[in-house]
Design a protein around this ligand. Sequence first.
Ligand code: SD4
Length: 339
Amino acid sequence: MLDRRRFLGLSSLGLGSFSFSGFRSAPDIRKPIVISTWNEGIHANKAAWNVLGKGGRALDAVEQGVMVTEASQNCCVGLGANPDRDGYVTLDACIMDEYANCGSVAFLERIKHPISVARRVMEKTPHVMLVGSGAQQFAVEEGFPLEPGKLSDDAERSYRNWLKKSEYKPVVNIENGQKQTAYAPAKLENGNWNHDTIGMVAMDAAGNLSGSCTTSGMGFKMRGRLGDSPIIGAGLFVDNEIGAATATGQGEDVIRICGSHLVVELMRQGLNPEQACKKAVERIIKVKGIAKSKEIQVGFIAINKQGEYGGYCIQKGFNFAVCYADDQNFMVDGKYILS
Ligand code: SD4
């Protein structure tokens, strides 16, 4: 099998005849494996690998992985992120396991780890989704501390900046030609974070799949707005017979095509993860039209039961982190359709 290190070695010798672009065809099953969206995925994968590398369950890995990102004040996911246009940080998250159990919270305020609340919804209630004050009440009853509800310094600064014009022009994940520093969250020139989400999917040593997705949503969104990230089938979908997928970017457009579910269903029809992600991105562009698609970003990532992985996005700038060994945790640039 051609692993990444060997491939890089071969290509530097001029022997690699194809480009390393986010899809690896493997005759045998590579497991465990975890992949996650954006640069922050590197840190999240590391925490997930701590579970997977010891033979732990994919569900624990995808929870513990994205908790790192939620806790990072230096990032754009979790309580340190940009607020809605009324100045409140509202968080959405969902989780799904190998038995098609799933849990979700949305419009949740002042709780540091929405992904863990989503897991409790899955494991301790007869429901799939809890939102708003009900979700917060459940979290507190479950022992999650109610955080002060103060904006982080970065978020405070960008909110003040935004208030100067208070224009409701949400833009997600367009890199605007900005160069991203390796493994650091990127900021737009106006100081806004441009990645508000981490989505993660994993397969454990037993061959079982799980996924998680957690976000602060769009910065300066309307109060009460939800995107795709807490919606099973849109921001995340897992089918233990086939594969798992997650999404990032303009949530409204991911919801329109039931994005992550679509990716998994395309894999069921025989496409590999990269091909399936590409087809889902093409569907968005078809629905939205090319001109309007150029104004947004959407990226999908996926794994299948063979441990193959892939990702695709609308336009340049999306990347994801892949980890399948102690010394194999690396970024892959998503291929894109519109340039
Ligand atoms: C949303 N999909 O709320 C999220 C935003 C996102 O990186 O992915 N930002 O629509």
